[in-house]
Design a protein around this ligand. Structure first.
Ligand code: NAP
Length: 295
């Protein structure tokens, strides 16, 4: 039995938001620049509404300028492309976030491809993906960047560690693998067709679960002392007819085996918005050729 440290994502996210706010205040004082983040919401998906609202609040609190653009659920791809072109050209906007998912008549790949890569604070544009994998100066997707911040804070150096990422999405799994590789981990990227996933997971010093499958990773899959980052957010039936959120890792089983683990909620989730603010600040500096704050 090891004593498992429960990683406090809320505290880490608050600390990152404070660092961004301090750097933004310094930027404003030095050069009068207030980084601007535009959030684009098409339709009224309730989960997206909540997310966009909490982003707007966090943006204000960090001293950045937030702009919200709403299009009706029936908006055409051409309308959204026109809005993206307008935001690309707007000097007050440093970051553009198009909230996914989009209605079925709009192809998300065409929208992402139309974004100015320098304002692509989600890090989904092919130019940023290519830079991330080739070691260039990319804007990196927020959730995996948040996971990396938590890992660095928890384990210090990652060099040489055996890292296993479960899930190969463009949003989480693949960029996570790229970031861990850049940190000199030996990386395995597993997915739904991987053979003997428990055995692959048991090799991991660092295990990142991003499959979107409630409690897929059992205690017996975890190596003693491993650091476990649980990205999954799954709503399951709870007691008394209420639903509750669980991760991709069977948390109670992991206690006593993992060296450290992120809880759900309160682990990776809060880091994502904090990283979005960071990316907006970084984008504002890079676009103007200013030195980047180390946040
Ligand atoms: P996604 O696009 O659905 O991708 C899921 C990945 O997991 C796929 O690569 C899939 O493999 C793999 N997978 C599914 N079932 C599996 C299984 N039984 N065994 C092994 N691999 C399996 O999901 P996502 O967008 O990456 O999100 C993953 C999870 O993270 C979700 O729960 C999501 O809600 C959560 N999330 C959280 C945050 C946050 O801020 N905390 C942000 C983004 C996402 P195939 O490729 O073979 O199909």
């Amino acid at each position: 039995m090891v004593e498992t440290r429960v990683i406090d994502g809320k505290a880490s996210a608050a600390s990152l938001r404070r660092r961004v706010a301090a750097a933004a205040a310094e930027l404003a004082a030095r050069s009068g620049i207030v980084p601007g983040l535009a959030a684009v919401l098409v339709g009224a998906d309730p989960a997206s509404e909540i997310y966009v609202r909490s982003k707007a609040k966090a943006t204000r609190e960090a001293g950045l300028a937030g702009f919200e653009h709403r299009l009706p659920a029936a908006a055409s791809e051409a309308e959204l492309l026109a809005l993206v072109a307008k935001l690309n050209a707007d000097p007050a906007i440093d970051g553009i976030l198009v909230q996914l998912p989009l209605p079925p008549q709009i192809d998300p790949q065409r929208i992402i491809a139309a974004l100015d890569p320098a304002k692509d604070v989600d890090g989904f544009h092919a130019e940023n993906v290519g830079r991330l994998w080739s070691g260039g100066r990319a804007l990196v997707p927020c959730t995996p960047w948040g996971c990396l911040v938590l890992l660095r804070e928890t384990t210090g150096t990652l060099a040489g560690a055996e890292a296993v990422v479960i899930g190969r999405s463009n949003i989480v799994g693949k960029p996570m693998a790229a970031l861990l590789l850049a940190e000199h981990c030996t990386v395995t990227l597993a997915h739904s067709r991987s053979r003997d996933l428990p055995a692959i997971a048991r090799r991991a010093d660092i295990l990142v679960a991003a499959a979107g499958r409630a409690e897929l990773v059992r205690g017996s899959w975890i190596k003693q002392g491993a650091t476990v980052i649980d990205v999954g957010i799954n709503r399951v039936a709870g007691d008394g007819g209420k639903s509750r959120l669980v991760g991709d890792v069977a948390f109670a089983e992991a206690l006593g085996i993992a060296g450290a683990i992120t809880p759900v909620p309160g682990g990776v989730g809060p880091m994502t918005i904090a990283c979005l603010l960071r990316n907006t600040l970084i984008a504002a500096c890079r676009r103007r050729g200013l030195p980047e704050p180390a946040v």
